[in-house]
Design a protein around this ligand. Structure first.
Ligand SMILES: [Zn+2]
Length: 289
């Protein structure tokens, strides 16, 4: 069933878990994510990032995402990830998305604040909820293959809990993406996470659900520490995407010389591997593993 980001965050709060939030890179990814959630009977967030337009346009995949969520046996939030303009957010809301993230993290604070307020106002008209970001994770949400993804860069700014308190109170957002040491993409060095940032943000922001971006490649122990500190949504995609790619590479090795390669066989191999990978992540985020 389709639920809002606010509703699914309340479910996470009640159980003291984080909900896995997975990107919809295409139909196979959505099928893998929903099948994983239904088998485990866990709520799930399926999101589409604006920077993934070249993979498939929001206008094409958005209605499919909403329709599949409505038919699912588990609570599903359909969320826009890293929306960079208000027009794009509106497009997602028009399609029936139940959560939107406005990402103004690269803008000066006052501009991020003003635009986030507008995003909240707009989302309320559609009954949807809003995630916004304060601080900066450094690398943008460009996914695997981004040269240098995962390296520490000097644009990474940890979220200031006092500023977060002001930002949350003034905007009325439902979830806050915090920067506390994670990075988008593949980690080249082991991440060092500062859970005090999460705890302090929660303490000063009326226990707002904290969102962890760059959730691939973190140890099980650190995921559990993040959940205990108050992380309620974990964006996880890179390693799932890699699992699909690896499955295709393995499948191709099984073919004999001259044997034809069928695309349908490739996407089935990728889908099965992605489902398994997503299930592993979901169990960890729900502290079942
Ligand atoms: Zn992100």
């Amino acid at each position: 069933m389709l639920v809002t980001l606010k509703e699914i965050m309340e479910m996470a709060e009640e159980k003291n878990i984080a909900i896995g939030s997975f990107n919809a890179s295409g139909l196979e990814a959505i099928e893998a994510e929903l099948a994983a959630a239904e088998e485990l009977q866990l709520p799930v967030i399926i999101q589409f990032a604006q920077c993934h337009e070249p993979w498939i346009p929001l206008a094409t995949i958005g209605p499919i995402m909403v329709d599949m969520a409505k038919k699912s046996s588990v609570p599903v939030c359909i969320h826009l990830d890293h929306g960079e303009t208000l027009e794009y957010l509106k497009q997602a809301l028009e399609l029936g998305f139940t959560g939107i993230m406005y990402d103004g993290s690269t803008l000066p604070y006052e501009e991020n604040l003003a635009n986030t307020k507008k995003a909240v106002e707009m989302a309320r008209e559609y009954g949807a909820s809003v995630e916004a970001e304060l601080g900066s994770m450094g690398k943008r949400e460009t996914g695997a293959g981004d040269s240098g993804a995962g390296t520490d860069d000097d644009t990474k700014i940890y979220t200031d809990p006092d500023l977060a308190a002001r930002f949350v109170a003034e905007t009325g957002i439902d979830a806050l993406a915090c920067s506390f040491g994670t990075t988008h993409g593949i980690y080249l060095t082991e991440p060092k996470l500062d859970f005090d940032v999460v705890r302090n943000v929660r303490a000063k922001c009326n226990n707002i659900p904290v969102v962890m971006h760059g959730g691939s490649g973190v140890s099980t122990e650190d995921y559990h520490k993040a959940v205990d500190a108050g992380v309620r949504k974990i964006n996880y995609f890179t390693y799932m995407d890699k699992s699909g790619g690896n499955a295709v590479a393995d499948y191709l090795k099984t073919l004999k010389d001259g044997e034809p390669v069928f695309f349908s066989s490739i996407f089935m191999a990728a889908r099965a591997a992605m489902k398994e990978n997503v299930q592993g992540a979901m169990k960890v985020f729900a502290k079942e593993d």
